[in-house]
Design a protein around this ligand. Sequence first.
Ligand SMILES: Cc1ncc(COP(=O)(O)O)c(C=O)c1O
Length: 406
Amino acid sequence: MEFISKRSRYVVNPLEEEDAIAEKLRKKGKEVIELNRGDPPVYFKTPEYIIEAYVSALKESKTHYVASAGVYELRNAVAKRYKRMYNIGVDEDSIIVTQGVSEAIQFINAAMINPGEKAILFKPYYPIYIPYLLNYGGIPLFEKYSERLKWNIDTDSLEKTIKKEASKRPKYMLITNPNNPTGTVLDRKVLKEIVELANEYDIFLISDEIYDEIVFNGAKFTSIGELAKGMPHMILNGASKDFDATGFRIGFAIIPENDKKSRQIKHAILQYAQARLSANAPAQYAVAEAMNNVKEHNASIRAMVKEIESRVNFATKLVNESSYLTAIEPNSAFYLFPRINKDILKIKDDREFVKRLLIEQQVQLARGSGFGEEGYVRIVALAEKEILSLAINKINEFCKQHSIKR
Ligand SMILES: Cc1ncc(COP(=O)(O)O)c(C=O)c1O
């Protein structure tokens, strides 16, 4: 008898794939430069006022189960944030607090997908979108963020795909804006076209906006909530990146409209939330306080984004000086997604590139194919410049050793 379910094989996280090798190298006394995980508090301490709010919540014994949808204080803080930042009116009842956006992704698929139903995703995708969709028997219908369009969406191609699928309409379309792994903010014009397509073909539109405050190089972010007023849609966000608190495990799903479809989806997601009782209680109170403390938050996020901008631009310049890699300049998040110029390398694919780079130079990256885009690597540019510089020198050295010219 097979004790493991067939669906378990879908659950792979390409970001952790090389961890066992890295661990072995460390045991042998080698220092590994980890540029594979997008975890800001490792490099920028979670701001003190947020930590204090968490400690207060603990001291006030807010350590019990709370409402499955999330504590009112946090839902109210989220509603105020969206009014303040984007002039989007959302009611507290439109918000469901989850244990990170990751859990929201699980709930969405559980609530919406029957076996054989499709969902539109875009390559390169955030890897965690896939296993939950597959687990519920869903089928991804892939469109692309196009490198040619500086990683924006080619809406003509999207429309063709949607038209082709019109009879067996995809259930939802999920975009990531700002984007992981490309570090790109989607154009407002592109977003408007996406909203129109979703509306015309009756596809539920979801926008993962977890990096909405980590935007730089003059880019302007637009929340889908600003453009999709009056039609069913969902915004995902959380405390992990903007509030520099990945370990708190706080995310939220906002379903602002009150039409029948929105109400049904909200209800079904809430049932899943009820089945897992509640998200981390003290963290919810802490994030509520942090979100309402606009002055402290603005000061912290501005300082962090300024430093991230400087590190990302520094790394991009170094990468583009190399003849082995080519990156589109990011304007958000903290990732670079360079193409490997494989024509000049004796390396089969990005999987081999990442594995050998780790073994030979002790630099850990994530492979593009883990994001659905073979031939690229993702570099997390959160580390200090000296470390980024050292790592990119090592990448160049590795490429030189595997160059066809050698
Ligand atoms: C686009 C995107 N969505 C969601 C997540 C996961 O967020 P959370 O920590 O809220 O689960 C990440 C984390 O890297 C991400 O990049």
